[in-house]
Design a protein around this ligand. Structure first.
Ligand SMILES: [Zn+2]
Length: 177
C-alpha cells in the first residue's frame, strides 16, 4: 500500500482547487464525476488541505443537530443529526495511514464527505417533517473581508458557519460541498 497513483493525486489536487474556489470545507470525488474514493477537506483555520484516500469512519458516537449545506443541493440548507465524534482512517497524499478522532466541524465534514462516497446526501438524514430551507443568495463572494456580522457568529455552534472570512459570512456559504 505504499503507492498512491499519480493520477489519484492529480485528482485530489484538482479537487482541492475546486473546493477552494467554492469556498468549501470539503469535497468528495464523486461530486466532480470521479468514482474513486477520495475526499478533500480544509477547515477555515487550516492552512493546508487534507487529502484522504479510501476514507472510512470506523466508529462514531453521540448525536448533535447541525445545519448543513452542500454544493450538490446548491441554494439550500437543512438541519441534520450528526455524531458528536468519529474515529476515522484513510491514506493521506503520502500513502501514510492516518487515524484520528475528530469532533466538531471536522467530524461533521468527515461524515458528510464519506457519506458522499457512499451515495448519501445530507437530506437523506433529514426527518420526513423537516424541510430544506432556501439560502439567501450571497451578495458577492469577493466582497470585503471586514464584514463578519454578529448575527452570523451567533450561528457558529452549528459548526458550519464560518463567519471569519469575507466570503463566508452569508448563509450561501455553508461550507460542506
Ligand atoms: Zn456535500
Amino acid at each position: 500500500m505504499r503507492d498512491i497513483d499519480e493520477d489519484v493525486l492529480r485528482l485530489a489536487y484538482d479537487m482541492v482547487d475546486t473546493m477552494r474556489e467554492a469556498n468549501g470545507v470539503g469535497l468528495a470525488a464523486n461530486q466532480v464525476g470521479d468514482l474513486r474514493r477520495v475526499i478533500v477537506i480544509q477547515l477555515p483555520e487550516e492552512k493546508e488541505a487534507r487529502i484522504y484516500i479510501n476514507p472510512e469512519i470506523t466508529a462514531r458516537d453521540g448525536e448533535r443537530r447541525v445545519e448543513e449545506g452542500c454544493l450538490s443541493i446548491a441554494g439550500y440548507k437543512g438541519t441534520v443529526t450528526r455524531s458528536v465524534w468519529v474515529r476515522f482512517r484513510a491514506l493521506d497524499h503520502t500513502a501514510t495511514v492516518v487515524k484520528l478522532r475528530a469532533e466538531d466541524v471536522l467530524s461533521q465534514a468527515l461524515e458528510h464527505e464519506v457519506d458522499h462516497l457512499n451515495g448519501i446526501l445530507y437530506i437523506d438524514h433529514m426527518e420526513a417533517h423537516e424541510k430544506l430551507e432556501k439560502v439567501e443568495p450571497s451578495d458577492d463572494a469577493s466582497s470585503d473581508a471586514d464584514e463578519s456580522e454578529p448575527e452570523v457568529s451567533a450561528q457558529t455552534d452549528s459548526g458550519l458557519w464560518l463567519p471569519d472570512d469575507d466570503s463566508r459570512n452569508t448563509p450561501a456559504s455553508l461550507k460542506l460541498k
